[in-house]
Design a binder for this molecule. Structure first.
Ligand SMILES: [Fe+2]
Length: 278
């Protein structure tokens, strides 16, 4: 079947989407680490668990440039997607600065300790199994991003409630900004993937199934004590059931894709050339 639009028309549509994303971010979403967070309302002696979770978020965000670098490489075929990744990476840098500030002011960490953690996060090998050598790596990354950004949104929204209970208004506000940024990232990627589905449904569905079968989360290689730290992150009710109900199902629904369409391809992934990347 003839696709409804060509690869270059796909890029035009992505470009319109990226422009709208950037304009909305500039007009409605930007926040300042130093002006908009109520630093005076941060706890002076927060519970150990609260600070430990912030430190884990700090390390995970610190690994973002490695992931952004690989994504930019894979997305060179799309100026619209590379502009999104650049903007996304800026948001990551800002939250890293905010977490650092909180960890030094409230969490009892030193700048030197945090710089060391940052270095280790950047030096960790980045495993992107399921992407190497794929023509359609860009499209797979867009779907991976859809899921990952929704996971981040749900996670920060849950931890916003923890910060509220602990009465750290500064951390609560920070988590609120992060959840808002992540849902904006998720929406952009979902809209981008919807365009890919429109242009090449079969190839895109195969890539989505491939991501669910092969992909490993980059964070696993960044943290040696990943499992223990993730237990603390998932503590406030972020189990597999939550992932399915609040991430996987809403993302597929938003894309107009049935779960059976993915399941069918996961058992017997079809050969495809990932033509929509061009
Ligand atoms: Fe995000």
């Amino acid at each position: 079947m003839k696709p409804p639009f060509t690869g270059s028309q796909l890029e035009e549509r992505l470009s319109t989407l990226a422009r709208a994303f950037f304009e909305k971010a500039e007009r409605e979403r930007r926040w300042s680490v130093f002006e908009d967070l109520p630093w005076g309302a941060a706890l002076t002696a927060p519970p150990h668990e609260l600070a430990h979770v912030v430190e884990t978020f700090f390390v995970l965000e610190a690994s973002a440039p490695s992931f952004a670098g690989r994504s930019l490489e894979a997305m060179r075929c799309s100026p619209a997607l590379t502009s999104f990744v650049t903007s996304w990476n800026f948001d990551k840098g800002k939250r890293l600065a905010a977490f650092r500030e909180w960890l030094v002011r409230a969490g009892g960490r030193s700048h030197a300790e945090l710089s060391q953690l940052e270095l280790e996060a950047l030096a960790a090998p980045l495993s992107l199994r399921g992407l190497e050598g794929l023509v359609s790596a860009s499209r797979r990354l867009v779907f991976f991003g859809c899921l990952q950004e929704m996971v981040a949104f749900v996670t920060y929204a849950k931890h916003r409630e923890v910060a509220r209970r602990e009465q750290d208004e500064c951390l609560r506000t920070l988590y609120d900004f992060l959840a808002r940024d992540d849902i904006a990232h998720a929406r952009f990627l979902q809209q981008a993937l919807a365009l890919h589905l429109e242009q090449d449904r079969e190839g895109t569905l195969a890539d989505m199934a491939g991501v669910l079968s092969d992909f490993t989360l980059p964070g696993r290689t960044v943290l040696s004590d990943w499992e223990t730290r993730m237990q603390a992150i998932r503590g406030p009710g972020l189990d597999l059931q939550t992932f399915i109900q609040r991430v996987y199902v809403p993302v597929l629904k938003h894309l107009g894709v049935g779960r059976h369409e993915i399941l069918r391809r996961r058992t017997a992934p079809p050969e495809h050339d990932g033509a929509a990347d061009g």
